[in-house]
Design a binder for this molecule. Structure first.
Ligand code: ACO
Ligand code: ZN
Length: 170
């Protein structure tokens, strides 16, 4: 077993998650935005806990599904604190959130946007089977382009097995 565990976000975690978001990413959100995602999609708003602290989070939304359109999972934001990186925490957060969006919401695909310069994140998503589907010019406030990356759901057994016994499931 690894030294981290995953669990669902709870409202008492709000300020910790906001702190991690501000430290790790230029894309920041209002308190009400975090809470709205928690209230609407609690199964895919997860935190990673280690040393009795929250060290990472992922939050998602499931879009579509009206009038027979396909449900699409959308990873809104993921981050892991610098001292806790390269130990599989983001991998675990992604696997559990993608699993939940399929199991709980029947999402048939999942997508996200990522800065074209964000090599670490792009590499993580590629390893999870995401493919670049398009590039959005000037998507970010500072003018940088985004790649949209997407993969079908559910995850393959091999990916699900990669986290078996690694941590306590949320
Ligand atoms: N360089 C190259 N590949 C990397 C890197 C890196 N720095 N970090 C992760 N990867 C790839 C590797 O393939 C890695 O497997 P390996 O360690 O066996 O080689 C795999 O991803 C899994 O890595 P994890 O250890 O699970 O990733 P980590 O917990 O370190 O978190 C993250 C990765 C979330 C991108 C982290 O670096 C971070 O918080 N960065 C700042 C915030 C950020 O960029 N978030 C994503 C924005 S896009 C969005 O939110 C939709
Ligand atoms: Zn997005």
């Amino acid at each position: 077993m690894s030294s981290f565990t995953l669990r669902r976000f709870t409202p008492e975690d709000l300020y910790h998650v906001i702190r991690i978001n501000r430290k790790c990413l230029p894309e920041n959100y209002s308190e009400s935005f975090f809470m709205q995602l928690y209230r609407s999609y609690p199964e895919s708003f997860l935190v990673a806990v280690e040393d009795d602290k929250i060290v990472g989070y992922i939050m998602c939304r499931v879009e579509g599904g009206f009038l027979g359109t396909e449900r699409r999972g959308h990873v809104i934001s993921i981050a892991v604190m610098p001292d806790y990186r390269r130990r599989g925490i983001a991998w675990a957060l992604m696997i559990e959130a993608l699993r939940a969006m399929y199991d709980v919401r029947s999402a048939k695909t999942c997508y996200l946007e990522v800065r074209v310069s964000n090599y670490a994140a792009i590499n993580l998503y590629r390893k999870l089977g995401f493919k670049i589907t398009r590039r959005i010019k000037g998507y970010y406030l500072d003018g940088e382009d985004a790649y949209v990356m997407e993969r079908p759901l559910p995850l393959e057994e091999e990916l699900l097995r990669s986290v078996e016994g690694v941590y306590q499931r949320p």
